[in-house]
Write a protein that binds this ligand. Structure first.
Ligand code: AMP
Ligand code: GLY
Length: 427
C-alpha cells in the first residue's frame, strides 16, 4: 500500500526507515521530510493545516495509511478529518489528543480514575495560583496547560521561581496555551519514557527509553527537546512494565473509552519511578523524539502491520517483539541550541558513519543544498547504534559521531551514563 508520513524530525526519519522496510509498503511519501528522509520516501510538500489538500493528496495517491508524527496536527484534529474522509490514519483524534493538548484534562482523568500521579490544582487566574503556591511550598512544578513546545514547565526549587513562572504564564508568555496553569506536586525518582500502542480498547506495551533533556553533560544547562536516548531503560524491568500497564496505561485506555474519546495511536507516558512505583508525569500522544529512533532500531516486528492493527481495532492479534539489544542515539545539534542557531553549515562524513555495522544516522534538521547536506535546524542528526550492552552501544555511537565532520555542531559525550554506571556496577 501507499503510505503518507507527516513530519520532519529524527522521529520521522526513524519511522520512515522502518516503514520503508515493511513488506506492506509500496510507495512511502513524506511531508515535509528532510534530507535523510528523502532516502526512504518521496518528499512532498503539503500544508497540514489545509486538511482538504491533504485529503485530496491521499485520494489522488491511493494512500492506505497516514502516519502523523508530531502532536500539533493531532491536537488540531487532523486524524479525525482524515477518518471522516474514509482515510485510515494512525494517531488519536482531537478529543483523545487532549491527553497531550491539555495537562489539566490529563490530571482530571487521573483523579477521576485513580491513576497514580502527583497532587495538583488547575487555575484560571494568577491570584488563585499564587495562593496555592503559598499553601503548598516548594519544590513544586508549574505548567502551562496547553502545548508549549516543551517549554511550558518550570520545576521550581524556590518560591520566587514558582511565582515568576505563574506570573509569566498569565502575562501571556505561551499565548493561549497559558490561559490555564496546572501546579503539581514535585515527584522524586528516576524518569523514564514508556510507550504503548493502542487501538481504542487494547494496549500493547511498546518499549521503554530514557531521554537526556538537558543540553549539557552531567544533566546540566537548559532543557532541550532531548539530546540522546537509549532503550530499553534498565529501570523498567518486567515487574515495573507490568505495573505501568496495570496501574497507568490500561486504566487510562478504559477511562478514555468511558469518556467517549477512545484512544488510538501511540500513548507515550512520561513516568517517574518513585519509591511507591510508577507515577505519571505527563502523557504525549505520539512517539518521543529521540526515543522513537532507539525503539525503531530494536523493533523486530513490522511497524506497518502494528499500526494497521491499531487503526482497525485488532491489536490483540499482532505480536510486538524486540531485538534483545540496546540501542542508543546521540543527538548532534547546531551550536547555540536550544537557543538561536545558524543554518547552512555543511556536514560531511555521513556515509562513512552510516556504513558502520550496527549504526544508523537519522536526520532531523537537515536539507540538501546542491551536493551538500547542510544544517537546517537546532537538532540536526541522531547518530544511533545497536549493540549487546549500553556500554557497547555508547562506544559504537560515539565512534560514528567521530567520523562525522561538522565543526559547527556539538553533542553531549555522556549519553547513557546512568545505565553505563549500572552495567559497571557503580550506579
Ligand atoms: P513535561 O513537559 O511535563 O514532561 O515536563 C518537563 C520535565 O519537567 C519532565 O521531563 C520532568 O523532568 C520535569 N517534571 C515535570 N513534572 C514533574 C513533576 N511533577 N515532578 C518532578 N519533575 C517534573
Ligand atoms: N523526547 C521527549 C519528547 O519527545 O517529548
Amino acid at each position: 500500500m501507499n503510505i503518507l508520513l507527516i513530519g520532519s524530525g529524527g522521529r520521522e526519519h526513524a519511522l520512515a526507515w522502518a516503514i520503508a522496510n515493511s513488506p506492506l509498503t509500496d510507495t512511502l511519501f513524506c511531508s515535509p521530510g528532510n534530507a535523510g528522509i528523502a532516502h526512504e520516501a518521496e518528499i512532498v510538500t503539503l500544508d497540514v493545516d489545509d486538511t482538504a489538500a491533504v485529503i485530496s493528496f491521499c485520494e489522488a495517491n491511493t494512500i492506505g495509511l497516514v502516519v502523523v508524527g508530531p502532536e500539533a496536527p493531532l491536537v488540531a484534529g487532523l486524524a479525525d478529518r482524515l477518518r471522516d474522509a474514509g482515510i485510515t490514519a494512525f494517531g488519536p483524534g482531537e478529543a483523545a489528543a487532549r491527553l497531550e493538548g491539555s495537562k489539566g484534562f490529563t490530571k482530571d482523568i487521573c483523579a477521576k480514575y485513580n491513576i497514580p500521579t502527583g497532587a495538583y490544582g488547575r487555575f484560571g487566574n494568577e491570584a488563585d495560583a499564587l495562593a496555592y503556591l503559598a499553601d503548598h511550598g516548594t519544590p513544586i512544578v508549574v505548567k502551562a496547560d496547553g502545548l508549549a513546545a516543551g517549554k511550558g514547565v518550570t520545576v521550581a526549587m524556590t518560591m520566587e521561581q514558582a511565582e515568576t513562572a505563574v506570573r509569566e504564564i498569565f502575562a501571556g508568555r505561551f499565548g493561549a496555551a497559558g490561559a490555564e496553569v496546572v501546579i503539581e506536586e514535585y515527584l522524586a525518582g528516576e524518569e523514564v519514557s514508556f510507550f504503548a500502542i493502542c487501538d481504542g480498547k487494547t494496549a500493547a506495551a511498546f518499549g521503554s527509553a530514557q531521554d537526556h533533556k538537558c543540553v549539557g553533560e552531567g544533566d546540566t544547562g537548559p532543557n532541550t527537546g532531548g539530546m540522546g536516548a537509549y532503550s530499553p531503560a534498565p529501570v523498567m524491568d518486567e515487574d515495573m512494565s507490568r505495573r505501568t500497564m496495570d496501574e497507568i496505561i490500561n486504566p487510562t485506555l478504559a477511562a478514555m473509552a468511558a469518556e467517549g474519546c477512545a484512544f488510538q495511536g501511540v500513548l507515550f507516558a512520561g513516568l517517574m519511578i518513585t519509591d511507591q512505583g510508577p507515577q505519571l508525569i505527563e502523557y504525549n500522544v505520539r512517539f518521543g523524539d529521540p526515543e522513537c529512533q532507539v525503539l525503531m532500531m530494536r523493533l523486530k516486528d513490522d511497524i506497518v502491520t502494528i499500526m494497521l492493527a491499531a487503526c482497525s481495532g485488532t491489536l490483540d492479534k499482532v505480536s510486538v517483539r524486540w531485538h534483545d539489544t540496546t540501542a542508543l542515539t546521540v543527538v548532534m545539534a547546531a551550536e547555540g541550541y536550544p537557543g538561536d542557531v545558524q543554518k547552512g553549515s555543511v556536514i560531511t562524513g555521513l556515509d562513512g558513519a552510516s556504513n558502520m555495522d550496527g549504526v544508523q544516522i537519522f536526520h532531523a534538521g537537515t536539507k540538501r543544498d546542491g551536493d551538500d547536506i547542510v544544517a537546517n535546524g537546532g537538532r540536526v542528526l541522531n547518530v544511533t547504534a545497536q549493540a549487546d550492552s549500553v556500554s557497547a552501544a555508547q562506544k559504537l555511537a560515539y565512534a560514528a559521531v567521530d567520523t562525522i565532520d561538522w565543526p559547527q555542531g556539538f553533542c553531549r559525550r555522556d549519553i547513557g551514563w546512568r545505565a553505563v554506571k549500572r552495567e559497571q556496577g557503580t550506579g
